[in-house]
Design a protein around this ligand. Structure first.
Ligand code: SF4
Length: 350
């Protein structure tokens, strides 16, 4: 079986080179050529002696590479990338530019098993986890096609915490000063509420930001749109977030998709305020983005504004995220929508 150098952290590359009897600095060459110079062929790691490159190839090492299949630009400047994976599956990433930031929303799985009712990716079901190499390569390929990305959010297709090891390897790789050197505080991992992994994240020696997709102020309401609430109830989730915060001191982001006639009233805002009271956090109110096969409708903008004001008046930092990229189905909750429309699903899902 082939082993991907792009999925390896610097420590893993160092362990490999030590095991093959190479010098320590050879690990630095490999990491630099894979993650900084972004070569796609071991033969191109030219500082390594030829026999060493040959040895790696004979040991079935290689460097994976995503292929940009499609690049769509919305009128608001949002760009969606459709990447083909080496096994023929596909994922999407979205680049959002605003106020001098270029934030890349990346995928961690092909499809998703979590079944959130408001999300197109859920309809794809889960195909497989991405490797760390496939996760970091989304950033590399986007930057090869445009200016540098300033922030990365793990909020694309998939539940990042269910691919925890590869996700954390990718965070280490992106953060490594010998590679892309992206600050950990510029990386956000989003979860729908996988409690054991929130606890695990709190124990890591590297601390990306944590975002929790909340979407309702009570467990009863949340359970109607997020099946995860059954296994990890809201009350326990909030306890896990509090423990994470007391351990790390990190501010947490709560995401709240605003859905008409569901979670948008003043009473909901009051309950949400109570639920997150005492947690150092900010709330992102996300305008719901419709997609085929889903009857939900976005809350009116005046409802979003009222909701936002109620939270702000309670001293809760609140940001409203209006639809971006909806013209190219790149908005939050829409990733994979085009695959559904075009039926570019793997055969068994069609
Ligand atoms: S919102 Fe996230 S966790 Fe929920 S189904 Fe969509 S991709 Fe999965």
């Amino acid at each position: 079986m082939q082993k991907d150098l792009k999925s390896m952290t610097i420590n893993e590359v160092a362990a490999l080179t030590a095991a093959r009897g190479y010098k320590k600095f050879h690990a630095g060459y490999i990491f630099d050529f894979v993650h900084k110079k972004q070569v796609c062929d071991i033969a191109d790691i030219t500082p390594l002696p030829k026999p060493m490159r040959q040895d790696l190839i004979e040991q079935s090492y290689y460097i994976s590479s995503l292929r940009v299949e499609k690049k769509l630009r919305d009128r608001d400047g949002t760009v969606k990338y459709l990447f083909a994976l080496e096994d023929g599956l596909a994922i999407e990433s979205v680049l959002i530019s605003e106020q001098g930031r270029r934030t890349l929303c990346i995928s961690t799985q092909v499809g998703c098993a979590m079944g959130c009712a408001f999300c197109a990716t859920a309809k794809l079901k889960i195909q497989r986890n991405l490797t760390a190499g496939e996760i970091v390569d989304q950033l590399y390929k986007v930057e090869q096609n445009g200016p540098a990305v300033t922030n990365v959010v793990y909020m694309g297709m998939g539940e990042a915490m269910l691919n925890y090891d590869a996700v954390m390897s990718s965070v280490r790789i992106l953060n490594d000063s010998k590679g892309r050197n992206l600050g950990a505080r510029r990386i956000t991992i989003s979860t729908c509420g996988i409690i054991p992994c929130i606890k695990r994240l709190g124990d890591e020696d590297i601390q990306p930001r944590l975002a929790v997709s909340l979407n309702a102020p009570t467990g009863q309401l949340r359970g109607k749109i997020m099946p995860v609430n059954k296994k990890y109830p809201l009350r326990e989730l909030m306890q896990a977030v509090k423990s994470y915060q007391s351990k790390t001191g990190n501010r947490v982001t709560f995401e709240y998709v605003m859905i008409k006639d569901f979670n948008e009233t003043s009473a909901h805002a009051e309950m949400l305020g109570k639920l997150i009271k005492g947690i150092k956090c900010n709330v992102n109110l996300i305008e719901y983005n419709p997609h085929p096969g889903c009857q939900m409708r976005p809350a009116e903008r005046k409802s979003i504004e009222r909701f936002s004001k109620l939270l702000t008046d309670k001293g809760i930092e609140t940001t409203v995220r209006l639809k971006k990229g909806s013209g190219i189905k790149a908005a939050c909750g829409q990733l994979g929508a085009e695959m559904l429309i075009n039926k570019t699903l793997p055969a068994e899902q069609q």
